[in-house]
Design a binder for this molecule. Structure first.
Ligand code: SF4
Ligand code: SF4
Length: 293
């Protein structure tokens, strides 16, 4: 269980898109395969065109390998001060140990997801420069990551057929956040992301509620379910929003249409679970869990 708690230094990346609990993230880092998540243009993004909400490390200056602090643990093999390059970061901003991150004790690096914030800061906010020339870009990462995470959640909500009646509001919120994310560094620094999240969360919860209609909608929001045995349980439409599911046994559970917004799934065993139409489950959450090969 030690491994599950010692990497909290990543809270530098800020609060999650729900209530007040905080995410734990490690950096996937340059060269890490990106999750298959993409805001797919016209249908979900209205008039904005396509906005990529997945990491494109090749277009980034390795921001997540520099900005955060690491606490030496079973997730990170070293201590690292904030705004200091990880010693494994190459001069080309690629991870030099990418192929053996887990073996070398950097499990935390495997599960980070910046939702495309890194390359947006590098390419758009700072016009292709790096933190070497513009160290202030490092402080923008937690802000932009939260904005992009919200955009990812809104994009997911827009995909839900049952949430059709809140779609205009979802689309407006998405456009607004995307616009804000395109601001100057000073404008980004001045943003009250918490207030934005407070405005968006009810919309997301409404969409989730609609999408889970017809199920028991069991409420595990914010629940402490660390190590909980739920093997084979009927959890259709359950809300695990912000729940701590660290090390939980969910093998063979029926999780269809369950809402996993911000749930901490580190070490949760999802083998054999039915994840059909599951809501707001990110690729990084899945990487943190135990899943079928
Ligand atoms: S080991 Fe260092 S360089 Fe590699 S992904 Fe992790 S933080 Fe980045
Ligand atoms: S900040 Fe994002 S895009 Fe940049 S290296 Fe990290 S994961 Fe990749």
């Amino acid at each position: 269980m030690e491994r599950l708690f010692l990497a909290i230094s990543w809270v530098i990346f800020g609060e999650v898109a729900h209530e007040s609990r905080r995410w734990w993230y490690g950096p996937s880092g340059p060269g890490t395969p990106t999750p298959n998540i993409r805001a797919s243009g016209s249908e979900t993004m209205g008039q904005m065109g396509e906005r990529v909400l997945e990491a494109d490390c090749a277009s980034c200056a390795g921001l997540c390998c520099v900005a955060p602090a690491f606490a030496k643990s079973s997730d990170f093999a070293i201590d690292k001060a904030p705004n200091t390059p990880c010693p494994n970061l190459g001069g080309d901003f690629r991870c030099t140990i990418h192929e053996r991150l887990v073996d070398d004790g950097f499990c935390g690096c495997v599960v980070f997801d910046c939702f495309g914030a890194g390359q947006r800061i590098t390419q758009e906010t700072f016009g292709g420069l790096s933190w070497r020339e513009k160290p202030e870009m490092l402080g923008i990462l937690p802000i932009m990551r939260q904005l992009h995470e919200l955009m990812w959640l809104l994009t997911e909500a827009l995909r839900l057929d049952a949430a059709e009646r809140v779609r205009p509001k979802l689309r407006d919120a998405l456009a607004q956040i995307d616009h804000l994310a395109g601001g100057t560094p000073a404008e980004l620094r001045a943003l009250d992301v918490g207030a934005l999240r407070s405005r968006v969360n009810p919309l997301l919860q409404k969409a989730s509620h609609l999408a889970r209609a017809g199920t028991k909608r069991a409420d595990y929001r914010g629940a402490q379910l660390i190590g909980r045995r739920m093997r084979g349980a009927d959890l259709r439409g359950a809300s695990f929003r912000g729940a701590l599911l660290i090390g939980a046994d969910l093998r063979g559970a029926d999780l269809r249409r369950a809402d996993f917004t911000g749930a901490d799934l580190r070490g949760a065993d999802l083998r054999g679970a039915d994840l059909t139409d599951v809501l707001f489950l990110t690729a990084s959450q899945l990487r943190a869990a135990i899943t079928d090969p």
